[in-house]
Design a protein around this ligand. Structure first.
Ligand SMILES: [Zn+2]
Length: 64
C-alpha cells in the first residue's frame, strides 16, 4: 500500500495540496544554532517577510 504523505502547513495547519505550498528555511548566522524550516501553504508563504531572491547563475546589474 502506497503511503501518501500529507503536507500540513506549519503556520495555519491546513493541508497543502500536492504541487503547492512552499518550504521556508531559516539559517541562523550563528552556525551553532543550526537551521530550521517550515512547510507553508501558498497563503502563509505569501504573508511571510522576505524578499524575492534572484536565481543563481547571473549577477544582478552592478551598481555604478
Ligand atoms: Zn498556511
Amino acid at each position: 500500500m502506497a503511503r501518501k504523505t500529507i503536507l500540513v502547513c506549519d503556520k495555519c495547519s491546513s493541508e497543502v495540496p500536492e504541487g503547492r505550498g512552499a518550504v521556508m528555511r531559516l539559517n541562523y548566522t550563528d552556525a551553532r544554532r543550526g537551521s530550521k524550516q517550515a512547510d507553508l501553504c501558498d497563503d502563509c508563504a505569501g504573508g511571510m517577510p522576505g524578499r524575492a531572491v534572484a536565481r543563481r547563475g547571473r549577477r544582478p546589474k552592478s551598481v555604478a
